[in-house]
Design a protein around this ligand. Structure first.
Ligand code: KG4
Ligand code: ZN
Length: 376
């Protein structure tokens, strides 16, 4: 999509868009209305999780996810149309996440959206899931561009400057695992259940984070990238050395791991805030947005609040339902794109990998960008 070649569309009317999401393990549909002044309202939304289906395997199984999305997505579309009292004919566009994500899962939302777009004659918006997260704070309240975003979920850990719709600059991302993945995999090794993040946080509550010596990812080197694989491996090795671990052992290891992840996120965020202030010296109010499931973690939140306060940024965390995977953010991103006239052909492909900022991904590819490389 090329900003320059697009023609602004319907500046004088509110746009109502249906959004669909199925890139990981949440199936979701939502209808969002975007006013001409940029305010957004969610007219209806539904999310269906798959935790029970994946729990026996301790992680998301792509085939199970794809089938589960396909089974429920039609019903969710019907539900949000019913709830909003709207018909397809009353919508202005149909948006779906087209990537990045699990290809089998992406198909469910994208194919459904294509069918609906074809049947209704409405334009299709093939949305980048990361763009949805990047714009998600604007679902709750107007927020002026530019702002700094930390996206921290099970699939992504990246720092991005959001300069406008379609204008994103990735400052840094994970070189290996996402932060949520480090939580999940450590929880799995420790037998804490799935999803691991919340389970590990609960276990950590009574723990002593100082007991086990765990590495500090990337030390205090400058820069904006993250790395969690070394920390995850260190935690696993400590775990394997423990004989008959007690609840106290578990709590101490969980607390140590959680604190190191929080510290790494806060340290990189602090670097990014300094860079952001140098890049935009004249902004009235600096905003730092945290999105993604890991933002639910209290220790992480507290560490990020502390750096935001030190650097003079206002920390904005969208409500949890819009922080984790949802379709309202996809509908909003679709509506913003539609406003700019950036619609997609019905041949738009699903893309397992789709960097939000293609230029940064090309110029500064993160290490290991092959099959095992970072998700975005
Ligand atoms: O944004 P999200 O719902 O889905 C994507 O990955 O896109 O994020 C899910 C991730 C999982 O890795 C989960 O373990 C983690 O967020 N998570 C947490 C907490 N709640 C969710 N990690 C740490 N502490 C939590 N309380
Ligand atoms: Zn996500």
């Amino acid at each position: 999509m090329d900003l320059d070649s697009s023609s602004p569309l319907a500046q004088d009317k509110a746009l109502t868009v249906l959004g669909l999401e199925s890139s990981c393990d949440e199936t979701a549909a939502a209808i969002v209305r975007l006013e001409t002044d940029g305010r957004a309202s969610v007219l209806a939304e539904k999310v269906r999780g798959q935790n029970e289906a994946h729990a026996p395997y301790g992680g998301v199984v792509p085939e199970i996810a794809a089938r589960a999305h396909a089974e429920v997505i039609d019903g969710l579309v019907k539900d949000v149309l019913d709830e909003s009292g709207l018909t397809l004919a009353e919508l202005d566009g149909i948006a779906a996440t087209a990537g990045p994500g699990l290809i089998g899962g992406l198909m469910a939302a994208l194919m459904t959206a294509k069918g609906l777009a074809l049947g209704s004659g409405k334009p299709l918006l093939a949305v980048n899931h990361l763009e949805g997260h990047a714009l998600s704070p604007r679902l709750s309240a107007p927020l002026a561009f530019p702002y700094l975003l930390l996206l921290v979920s099970g699939g992504h850990t990246q720092l991005v400057t959001v300069e406008g719709v379609g204008r994103y600059h990735r400052l840094g991302s994970t070189l290996d695992d996402a932060a949520g993945e480090a939580f999940d995999k450590t929880a799995k090794v420790m037998g804490l259940g799935f999803p691991g993040g919340p389970a590990l946080e609960k276990m950590a509550a009574a723990g002593n984070p100082d007991r086990f010596e765990l590495p500090t990812p990337l030390g205090h080197r400058p820069g904006f990238d993250f790395s969690f694989a070394g920390l995850k491996t260190a935690a696993r090795q400590i775990w394997e050395r423990l004989e008959n671990p007690t609840d106290a052992d578990k709590a101490d290891l969980a607390a140590g791991m959680q604190r190191q992840i929080a510290r790494a996120l806060a340290n990189r965020a602090s670097n990014a805030m300094k860079y952001f202030m140098e890049t935009y010296p004249d902004i009235h109010e600096y905003a730092f947005v945290v999105a993604g499931g890991v933002a639910a973690n209290r220790t992480v939140r507290t560490a990020l609040e502390a750096v935001a306060e030190t650097q003079g940024f206002r920390l904005i965390a969208p409500p949890m339902k819009w922080c984790t995977d949802n379709a309202a953010m996809i509908a909003l991103a679709g509506a913003e794109r539609l406003r700019l006239g950036q619609t997609d052909e019905l041949s738009a492909p699903a893309r397992a990998r789709w960097p939000l900022d293609a230029r940064s991904a090309k110029l500064e590819p993160a290490i290991g960008s092959g099959r095992k490389g970072p998700k975005a």
